[in-house]
Ligand binder design. Structure first.
Ligand SMILES: *Cc1c(COP(=O)(O)O)cnc(C)c1O
Length: 421
């Protein structure tokens, strides 16, 4: 059969990289490798080198690469009915909505809106906040919520925001994890000066900021303050959701959420196991009806292939007991890295399989480069932190392999010298 997709050109890695640089917009910088194939927790590059993928496409490939159940579900749906628009419903879309509501233990009247990405899920949530009749939205310093302009208004990082101002107004960024600052934002003086709060949008664990956990009790306080003020509590679980931290959603862990029920949860990354799909879960009648008929829309959102991918992903997580596995293997990985005692490693923070190896010096980029050279994909999420967000199917042996890398890694100027001399 002719290769009508024409992707099988036999270029060298160098040839592909040059073709990339001539054809793909330079928003990401040059690709670190050209990857051609994956299987489970491994990927292979164009030169045949194998890597243990400890990033999983940035916390996306929950089932690893080329999972047979996901492949079969996507293929079967595409071969049956691939797209219909939201003028129509499909069994896959409806079943996924029901399933998400069940996993969220969402009360009567709750509803789901489907998107294609995390930023779109947050965009929809942002539009929900405007429908409260208030425009003052709180978010946190260090928070990351996406790159479309609404989500970007919620995102804190000045380098991402400033080139695109003016952004939608009304968003205030509070100091991370500061309970007093949060209480102050809801105080009569603050409300008199800046208006009633429409919503607080927050990640249960900040991912892009370096896997930062909120202090115990913070989300419970946020729930109390928002509820008392008639404001929405929106949890951005785009990165932490779908089993990543060892529960369906991070806030469901008592130590994280303290038993709260949010008004909305946004999801994407892991939801489709690598297929682009996002969702907003709106809890209860009030949140679920903020966006009325015609007030929001999407051509692709809820697409049956994406829904089938999500159903397969959720189904395998459930069938294979991956939530418990994530807690176990995550703990194994964390402890194995910590006990190795590499002086370059301060500690490991995070939950489940969303971890950051904190370094004693700001050399995360060099560590990531060395990791790649040794066959491990990791992410220098901060100057002194290396993020690990491997597939949820990571095995204990693979976790120990990763730990061995961190036990031995040294970079120039490092005192960790197990490989030197
Ligand atoms: C990745 C991420 C987003 C943005 O998702 P995209 O699919 O890249 O648009 C939003 N919020 C959080 C917490 C994320 O980690």
């Amino acid at each position: 059969m002719d290769d009508v997709t024409a992707t099988r050109r036999d270029l060298s890695a160098q040839g592909w990289t040059e073709a990339y640089e001539r054809s793909v917009m330079d928003t990401f910088g040059p690709p670190q490798r050209i990857l051609v194939r994956g299987d489970g927790a491994y990927v292979w590059d164009a030169e045949g080198n194998r890597y243990l993928d400890l990033l999983a496409g940035i916390a996306v490939n929950a089932l690893g690469h080329a999972h047979p159940t996901l492949t079969a579900a996507v293929s079967a749906q595409l071969g049956t009915l691939g797209h219909v628009s939201n003028f129509f419903g499909t069994p896959a879309q409806i079943t996924l909505a029901e399933r998400l509501l069940r996993l969220a233990q969402a009360p009567e009247g709750s509803r789901v809106f489907f998107t294609n990405s995390g930023t779109e899920a947050n965009e929809a949530a942002f539009k929900m906040t405007r429908r409260t009749g208030r425009t003052r939205v709180l978010a946190l310093e260090g928070g990351f919520h996406g790159r479309t302009v609404g989500a970007l208004a919620l995102t804190h990082k000045p380098a991402y925001r400033e080139p695109f101002e003016p952004l939608p107004g009304g968003v205030e960024h509070l100091p991370f994890g500061d309970s007093a600052a949060l209480e102050e934002a809801f105080s009569p003086a603050s409300v008199a000066a800046r208006g009633e709060v429409a919503a607080f949008v927050v990640e249960p664990i900040q991912g892009e900021a370096g896997v930062r956990e909120l202090p115990a009790g913070y989300l419970a306080l946020a729930r109390r303050l928002t509820a008392d003020a008639g404001a929405l509590l929106v949890l951005d679980e785009v990165q932490t959701g779908v089993g990543r931290t060892g529960s369906w959603f991070a806030y469901q862990q008592p130590e994280v959420g303290g038993g709260i029920v949010p008004d909305a949860v946004t999801l994407a990354k892991g939801l489709g196991g690598g297929f682009p799909v996002g969702a907003v879960i709106a809890y209860g009648e009030r949140a679920a009806t903020l966006l009325g008929r015609g007030q929001h829309g999407t051509t692709f959102g809820g697409n049956p292939v994406a829904a089938a991918a999500a159903l397969a992903t959720l189904g395998v997580i459930e069938r294979d007991g991956l939530l418990a596995h994530v807690r176990d293997v995550g703990e194994t990985l964390r402890r194995a890295i910590e006990v190795a005692g590499n002086p370059l490693v301060a500690d490991v923070r995070g939950r489940g399989l969303l971890l950051a190896v904190r370094l004693t010096r700001p050399v995360a980029a060099q560590v990531a480069t060395e990791a790649l050279a040794q066959g491990f994909i990791v992410n220098p999420v901060a100057p002194d932190a290396v993020r690990l967000a491997p597939p949820l199917v990571l095995t204990t042996d693979q976790a120990l392999d990763a730990a061995r890398f961190f036990a031995g890694v040294s970079v120039p100027g490092s005192t960790a010298s197990s490989k030197e001399g």
